[in-house]
Write a protein that binds this ligand. Structure first.
Ligand SMILES: [Zn+2]
Length: 270
């Protein structure tokens, strides 16, 4: 079997490794405290059991795919990563789940939730996407991670500031937060009506662009990058792949009926 696809890290664009070991003393603490090791992965279409439009590693139970295949794909993801994974029943909103217990295998997706945070080591948080931006966040020093599903509607509604605030409630410091913006439809491809571009750019400045065809477009990752910078986040990186152009990834704009990839992050238990 092919392993699930792996994400690039904020500080290493496009380099195919998955984790950054951080072993730095944390100032203000007694003695030397090791920061948590943060892991980040983005899946691709490869390596799963789904067939047809959903071939093959679809991780969403809400797109019409065979439930047995999705359950098998999710079990495989957990096995490969070595951690249980929390999934969200996403609604393009701003509600954030605080995960403070280890999830049971096969438990239902958290209803009406587009983001999650945890300080529990060894628990994976997943967001699903097929053109929307999967966002993975961490404060390694505080030992807090978060995920957010930031499509046009959720990004404009403020899902990312809500996620950062929930991380701060768990002890994260904004200046220490690092963020990976995952694969999404790029600004060159994402055509929208001019009025919609204006509407989104008004609440997410920097997201309004012109597409490669010269039509009004949105670059959500550019807008989210600017929003995070304004919040005080200094370390922002990206997996630059465009879901619409890269056939290894799911794209709703390209295929309509299709699966979802996942961005997953967790704190190493060891
Ligand atoms: Zn593109």
């Amino acid at each position: 079997m092919t392993p699930p696809g792996r994400a690039a890290l904020p500080e290493a664009h496009g380099r195919p490794h998955t984790a950054r070991g951080v072993r730095e003393p944390v100032s203000g603490t007694k003695g030397h405290v090791s920061a948590a090791r943060v892991r980040r992965v983005v899946s691709t279409r490869a390596g799963g059991r789904s067939t047809g439009d959903f071939t093959s590693f679809n991780l969403s139970s809400g797109v019409g795919d065979d439930r047995v295949a999705v359950a098998s794909n999710r079990r495989r993801l957990s096995t490969e990563l070595g951690v249980p994974v929390v999934f969200l029943d996403q609604v393009h909103g701003t509600r954030v789940a605080m995960v403070d217990v280890v999830p049971r295998s096969g438990e239902p997706d958290r209803p009406g939730t587009d983001a999650a945070v945890t300080a529990l080591p060894g628990v994976g948080l997943a967001v699903l996407a097929a053109d929307c931006v999967p966002v993975l966040l961490a404060d390694p020093g505080a030992g807090v991670v978060g995920v957010a599903h930031a499509g046009r509607v959720g990004a404009a509604a403020g899902v990312l500031p809500a996620t950062v605030a929930a991380m701060e409630a768990l002890g994260a410091r904004i200046g220490a937060v690092e963020v990976l913006l995952g694969p999404a439809v790029c600004g060159g491809c994402y055509e929208v009506p001019a009025a919609m571009r204006a509407q989104v750019d008004a609440v997410l400045p920097g997201s309004g662009v012109r597409t490669r065809r010269g039509t009004p477009g949105l670059d959500l990752r550019a807008g989210l990058h600017r929003q995070l910078t304004a919040l005080g986040v200094a370390r922002i990186g990206g997996d630059p792949r465009c879901t619409l152009e890269d056939r290894d990834l799911y794209s709703h704009r390209r295929d309509r009926r299709t699966g979802r990839l996942a961005g997953i992050t967790w704190l190493d238990a060891g």
